[in-house]
Design a protein around this ligand. Structure first.
Ligand SMILES: Cc1ncc(COP(=O)(O)O)c(C=O)c1O
Length: 456
């Protein structure tokens, strides 16, 4: 069949409010030109994130009714632990309320001032948690990952030579662990190959440095490996995921992505001492180790969701939706990160608006135009989200200026995407009218969430 249908029927609906263009202009004005500060009900198609925004299945809702809300040692915890162990094979499992809580525990217990943490690309919360400890978060993405227009199967790979150089140049005491993010959200949702994970592990072993996987989209990554890497066609996605985790000493996870849940996360590791330290902080910050800030019903939903994310038909449908939008945008001539990512499409904002310098945040111009024209909410992944300061305190550009349209899981249908294409085409055809922005207020960390802008 040429048409790939959603492998589910819709049983519950949620109304979408459609407000006028003038109302959207007013809403954006009230939100200081930052779409993070807009009321969600004023967004018609909300592609801000794929995190926690998915629809749960009947099996998940049914499981939630079985939630055991006992404080300690609940049945729901056992199901959660069993599911995570089956997929990862990792010994110590600590539930957390979401991914960044796992990152915070990891960073607080293991990272010290002046340490260096390599990654293919740190996600913003990962970077922030590391920098909060006074350490340096280093991105060692492979060269093709930085070329948005270049087609390659595994553009999320770590640059092995750069990793070797980083380990040679720095005292290994300064590198408590190395991370690898699958798929690589900030670099366009691009996958990491099994071969690359294996090589990273091999290099780290020489220096006795543990590998921590940022596993938010482990199932999407497993699907890419199945489709693109030799030797994996006859393996199930579960078997591929199991192999990926077999190279890890620890992992952080946001179950709001490939846990197909609206909240939740975990931190897992094999080392007993690490686990003890993690657990002490977990009790202080999140809760008792058998619930970690989650309700029993959340643990149930995640236990089912993690397995559903590894269903082949679900992944085929998910990737078909991303590719559907991506192909249409390519046809319009829009500069995109190629090939399509796993959870989102990424517009190359620098090429979309070549006359707007990075210091005037071209990504914000596109994000705001999409909102005004069609109530579509996307997000900038560029010099606002990832801008850094040099030693003199001057802002330096992010290597890429991107706009991400992330796909909530099992939420929007083909007609939503057809509407989206019309809006994107309108914005593309009127790109000369888009202006740059400047920041008028920003907090110290994670500024993109709450900073204020004004048009230049
Ligand atoms: C790669 C990656 N790591 C970590 C996180 C943080 O997870 P959470 O939002 O659950 O805190 C995210 C969230 O988008 C992510 O994409």
């Amino acid at each position: 069949m040429k048409t790939i249908i959603e492998p589910f029927r819709i049983k519950t609906t949620e109304p979408i409010k459609i407000i006028t263009r003038d109302e959207r202009i007013a809403a954006l004005e009230k939100a200081h030109q930052n779409v993070f500060l807009i009321d969600a009900e004023n967004c018609s198609i909300d592609l801000l994130t794929d995190s926690g925004t998915g629809a749960m299945s009947t099996r998940q809702w049914a499981a939630m009714m079985m939630g055991d809300e006992s404080y300690a040692g609940s049945r729901s915890w056992k199901k959660f632990e069993r599911a995570v162990k089956e997929i990862t094979g990792i010994q110590h499992i600590l539930p957390t309320h979401q991914g960044r809580a796992a990152e915070a525990i990891l960073a607080t217990t293991l990272v010290e001032k002046g340490d260096i943490i390599p990654n293919n690309s740190h996600f913003d919360t990962t970077r922030a948690n590391i920098e909060f400890q006074g350490a340096i978060a280093v991105n060692l993405l492979c060269p093709e990952g930085r070329e948005t227009g270049k087609e390659a199967p595994f553009k999320g790979n770590m640059d092995i030579e750069k990793l070797k150089a980083c380990l040679q140049e720095n005292n290994q005491e300064k590198i408590p662990f190395c991370m690898i993010t699958v798929t690589n959200n900030t670099g366009g949702g691009q996958p990491v190959s099994m071969e690359n994970i294996r090589q990273v592990k091999r290099v780290l072993e020489e220096y006795d440095i543990p590998l921590v996987i940022d596993a938010c989209r482990f199932a999407e990554n497993a699907f890419f490996i199945h489709e693109r890497e030799e030797g994996y066609k006859n393996k199930t996605l579960l078997e591929i995921a199991q192999e990926m985790f077999s190279y890890a000493d620890a992992a952080t996870m946001s179950c709001k992505k490939d846990g197909l849940a609206n909240i939740g996360g975990f931190l897992i590791c094999n080392d007993d001492k690490w686990a003890e330290n993690f657990r002490n902080l977990l009790i202080l910050r999140e809760g008792f180790p058998t619930y970690g800030g989650l309700a029993g019903r959340d643990l149930e939903a995640i236990a089912v969701g993690l397995m559903e994310a590894l269903e082949y038909d679900y992944q085929v449908y998910r990737h078909a939706t991303v590719t559907y939008l991506f192909d249409k945008m390519i046809k319009l001539g829009i500069p995109m990160v190629r090939p399509a990512g796993g959870h989102a499409v990424f517009i190359d904002a620098g090429k979309f608006l070549p006359d707007i310098p990075w210091s005037q945040y071209p990504g914000i111009g596109i994000v705001n135009a999409l909102y005004i024209e069609g109530g579509v909410r996307g997000v900038e992944l560029g010099s606002v989200m990832f801008g850094q300061k040099d030693n003199g305190g001057n802002e330096i550009a992010s290597p890429l200026e991107l706009v991400r349209l992330a796909f909530p899981r099992r939420v929007y249908t083909q007609s939503h995407f057809d509407y989206l294409i019309e809006i994107i085409e309108m914005v593309w055809n009127n790109k000369d009218k888009i202006s740059g922005y400047q920041i008028t207020y920003q907090p110290e960390f994670l500024r993109h969430f709450s900073c204020h802008f004004k048009k230049v």
